[in-house]
Structure formats: C-alpha cells, structure tokens
Design a binder for this molecule. Structure first.
Ligand SMILES: Nc1ncnc2c1ncn2[C@@H]1O[C@H](COP(=O)(O)OP(=O)(O)OP(=O)(O)O)[C@@H](O)[C@H]1O
Ligand SMILES: [Mg+2]
Length: 192
C-alpha cells in the first residue's frame, strides 16, 4: 500500500524536513511504502491439498484483521478457486501445479490462484440463479467467489492458464477500531 505524506523541499525529502517547512518551498508528495506480507504455496493438482489452502486463507484473514465470519467465507471462496484450478484448469494432470499467493496488506487480503490450464470464456458461464440452473448441483463456485470477496478478477496468463485474483478489504469500523469484530459480507465485484 502507498501512503502519501506531505513533505517539503524541492527534492522530495522526508517528513523530518517537512516540519521545518519554508513557506516559499514547494509542497511535494513523498511515497511512503508499507510492506506487504506475502505467503506463496504451490500444490500438485490433487484435491487432497484443497483443505490446506482453505485453512491458510482463514488463518491469513485473521492476520489481516478480518473477522471470523469473513475468514470462513474467504476460505470458501479460495477453496472454490483452488478446486476450479485443479479440476477445470489443470484437469487433475500430474505435473501441473496450482500456485496460490496470499498478500496481507494493511487494509486488505489479496489472494491469487494460478493454474496451468487452457483458460476459459467467462462470457459463456451459466447464471446459477436462472430457473433452469438452480436445481443443478454444480456451477456455483464462481458465484460464491463473487459473493464472498469484494473484488474478483479473472485473467488469462501468458502461458494460457487462468489467474483468479480476489480481494477482501478490512471494513471501515474495523479499520477505525483496529479490532477483530464482525465484518459485514458485501456483494462481490464484477467478474470480468
Ligand atoms: N480455472 C479454470 N480453468 C478452466 N475453466 C474454468 C476454471 N474455473 C472455472 N472454469 C469454468 O467455469 C465453469 C464454472 O465454474 P464454477 O466454479 O462456477 O462451477 P463448477 O466448477 O462447474 O461447479 P461447482 O464449483 O459448483 O462444483 C466451470 O464449469 C468451468 O467450465
Ligand atoms: Mg467450481
């Protein structure tokens, strides 16, 4: 995350210089970087590793100060993404891997899931809420991801595989208090 800090001087100096501000000097913005904490895990295309990835997501939600309910929901969203990567992306092929990247930022948790498949066309997804689909017992994974994350984006990797990027932001109340209390679940972002 990048925070803008008002500072003084012509050469982009730090906050200490800002305190001795000369009225005639220009105001400049200095980027103060807050480090992102990152965890990466690479798994074989086997269902037995899905629980592990789900639990990692839940645990890292707590590190990111997201509440218990949110952690469970994000864990489910990550589970669905990993299951899709293994099943539809890598087609359970031995030797193909799924990479999951968790980034804990000060105000959010970002989860990226990459596979080594051939990608797919989002425009052709069926609407799980359509009357003819509600009786089906599949076709809801992406719907869950969109429901449980604040933003969900799909992109095709240069290698042809799929990357799913999900973002869950720390709620405003929690940010103010700096406490781990319930965070409302919001409608997910657009899938593009
Ligand atoms: N990583 C992926 N690679 C290739 N195709 C994918 C990928 N993720 C999703 N898809 C395609 O999108 C469709 C919808 O995915 P979604 O997770 O919503 O439902 P599902 O996997 O078919 O069923 P469910 O998740 O409810 O068991 C899949 O059937 C598949 O065709
Ligand atoms: Mg699925």
């Amino acid at each position: 995350m990048t925070r803008l800090v008002a500072a003084a001087g012509r050469t982009g100096s730090g906050a200490r210089q800002a305190r001795g501000l000369n009225p005639s000097s220009a105001r400049v913005a200095v980027r103060k970087k807050t480090p992102t904490r990152e965890v990466r895990v690479q798994i074989d295309s086997r269902y037995e590793f899905i629980d592990l990835v789900q639990r990692m997501a839940e645990d890292l939600c707590r590190v990111a100060r997201l509440g218990r309910t949110t952690a469970l929901n994000v864990g489910l969203a990550v589970r669905e993404a990993a299951a899709n990567a293994i099943k539809h992306g890598n087609r359970l092929q031995a030797g193909k891997r799924v990479l999951v990247i968790f980034q804990v930022e000060p105000q959010k948790l970002v989860v990226v899931v990459r596979d080594q498949g051939r990608g797919f066309d989002l425009q052709r997804l069926k609407n799980p809420l359509a009357p003819e689909n509600v009786v089906q017992n599949h076709g809801r994974g992406i719907f869950f991801m969109k429901s449980f994350a604040d933003d969900v984006n799909f992109s095709r990797l240069p290698s042809g595989g799929t990357e799913v990027r999900m973002e869950k932001r720390v709620g405003k109340r929690r940010r103010r208090r700096g406490l781990a209390t319930g965070t409302p679940i919001r409608q997910g972002g657009e899938v593009r």
